[in-house]
Design a protein around this ligand. Structure first.
Ligand SMILES: Nc1ncnc2c1ncn2[C@@H]1O[C@H](COP(=O)(O)OP(=O)(O)OP(=O)(O)O)[C@@H](O)[C@H]1O
Length: 251
């Protein structure tokens, strides 16, 4: 049903034009986790946010991603979400992907809540009819009532998040991509959101979850990948990988 193969996949991201910026360049070199390097003509500074990463994921895999700030976790999730194509190597992602990393991506602030449900639904891989069919579920879950008929620029940030979360979780994917398990909205809504997320995790064939919290990784994952400076340094069970990572950061 779902299958992922990364073969020596790399992603290089341009940071800025570096000519005459020696101090900034040195500061960046020291602070970014990804390997910072110059391209061939030395005019553009690039970060190798992902560096020759290879692995395979199959049905049933619940994969945790760990690593320090700037290690490449979000970049890897964006490759799996088909937001970034690899700049070298290959990434094959088979199955419908739903990513909760860029929740409001593709939403138009001048359009109404209803129009945004349809647009975002289509972005998540539905056709127009299927996108319209998820509306009753979103009306009920988001509790936004009459606001759904108004442009979303009139929403508070909490209301916006409710809508974005409701739409992104209305479609059951084969591959589910998460960056931390975040609380959404006030306490009552957060409890409802957590329940909906857990059911989504159970139903997905493959799940990826980037987290800095060991407890979360142990609770939801059966396998863990440790990223460092854009490279995959270890792939194993949560216990063995978290223990090696713990030793590495305490050194
Ligand atoms: N849009 C971008 N443009 C340029 N460089 C970027 C961009 N996004 C990320 N990077 C760089 O790529 C590297 C990997 O970043 P990434 O966000 O994937 O790390 P991360 O492991 O998710 O970190 P964190 O735990 O802090 O979220 C970093 O060096 C970062 O500075």
């Amino acid at each position: 049903m779902a299958h992922i193969v990364l073969d020596q996949a790399s992603v290089e991201l341009a940071v800025y034009n570096s000519r005459g910026r020696a101090l900034k360049s040195e500061i960046l070199r020291r602070t970014v986790g990804g390997g910072l390097q110059n391209d061939r003509d030395s005019s553009i500074q690039v970060v190798k946010a992902l560096n020759e990463v290879s692995f395979e994921a199959r049905d049933g895999d619940r994969i945790g991603l760990i690593g320090g700030n700037g290690a490449g976790k979000t970049t890897l999730l964006r490759v799996l979400s088909r937001v970034y194509p690899p700049t070298a190597g290959r990434a094959t992602v088979e199955g419908r992907v739903s990513s909760l990393i860029d929740l409001s991506m593709g939403m138009d602030t001048d359009a109404t809540g209803y129009d945004n449900i349809e647009m975002r639904g289509i972005m998540l891989g539905l056709d127009r009819k299927q996108a319209q069919a998820i509306i009753p579920d979103i009306e009920e879950f988001s509790e936004l009532g009459e606001f759904l008929s108004l442009p979303i620029r009139t929403y508070s940030s909490g209301m916006m998040l409710r809508l974005a979360f409701a739409v992104s979780t209305a479609v059951h994917p084969d591959i589910l991509i998460l960056d931390e398990i975040i609380g959404v909205g006030d306490a009552a809504f957060a409890a409802k959101a957590e329940k909906r997320l857990h059911s989504m995790i159970e139903k997905a064939s493959i799940m990826f979850l980037a987290s800095h919290d060991n407890k979360t990784i142990r609770r939801f994952c059966t396998r863990t990948l440790w990223m460092k400076s854009g490279r995959l340094v270890m792939d194993g069970t949560p216990d063995e990988v978290l223990s090696a990572y713990g030793e590495d950061i305490s050194r």
